[in-house]
Design a protein around this ligand. Sequence first.
Ligand code: IPM
Ligand code: MN
Length: 352
Amino acid sequence: MKLNIALLAGDGIGPEVIDQAVKVSDAVAAKFGHEISWTPALTGAAAIDAVGEPYPDETHDICVAADAVLFGAIGHPRFDNDPSAKVRPEQGLLKMRQKLGLFANVRPTFTFPSLIDKSPLKKDRIEGTDLVFLRELTGGIYFGKRGREDNDNTAYDTCTYTRSEVERLARKGFEMAQQRNKKLCCVDKANVLETSRLWRETVQKLEKEYPDVEVSYEFVDATAMRLVQWPNSYDVLITENLFGDILTDEASVISGSMGLMPSASLGEKTSLFEPIHGSYPQAAGKDIANPLATVLSAAMMFETAFGLQDEADAIRAVVNKSLAEGVVTEDLAEGGKAYKTSEVGDWLAANI
Ligand code: IPM
Ligand code: MN
């Protein structure tokens, strides 16, 4: 099969972790007889520096033309402490999500047998956790009207959802639950927010179309607590953009490291695969960042964008092997040998 993939390395550790995902993907392609054509494109601070804009039209055209997009990370500290910056790298990410219509962000949380003792949470709590968040990605407060008034002394951000935005995300959640353990949890704040009441109403209406799925409703504050108390009681969780952003960072603690968690953003025009972690500027250029989240995002890409299950499984198997054999970066080394980012990538590719 010919796989035409747009490659957006982005900022910080993005290029380093992307390099490893490319090595591993190329090794998988060679093994299974596929041909990958990678088309690199600029995003984030790197794109601002080059062309003054974090998601240039040229990058968008490359993404639209590709069968899938593999993405590293975006963000640069130079912009973080400058509230007056007119262009920010993150705007590129949001623009990309919106222009590509990436409305459903799939963020799985699972434990790795060899890392179960590395989680700060107790083993008996997290063992067997296998849940997936479906985070709405192109609506809500991220994209609502925002501004300043009262001579710059008041600021506002607004959260808006339409019934159809909620419905298309919820349907994906129901379908995903049907393929998994048939449990769906709608996470909202319906005791306070009108948008949350629309979410709940919409999901309740859909329930009868999916009678095999057991649906529950939780307030987001309660989920924040239950997620670390009883993570293995969840299967599929659907939620709006900001709640999903916060809860998925929290959920990454269950697996032991942010450096391990992949994601897929499913869209109208194409799909995008990226680690859930950020650009980790402190580590940029040091060859120390954990590449596994990006490598596992490539596995999700083979599976979801191309329907290549054996290829995805081969990547997951080699990742598990590296963890079991201690071929890991410093975040997981715990006194043992810490491998470089590039060494982990070479090892994974060689072991495919
Ligand atoms: C994420 C990130 C982004 C988000 C930032 C970088 C804008 O935290 O993908 O979770 O908030 O969506
Ligand atoms: Mn986030």
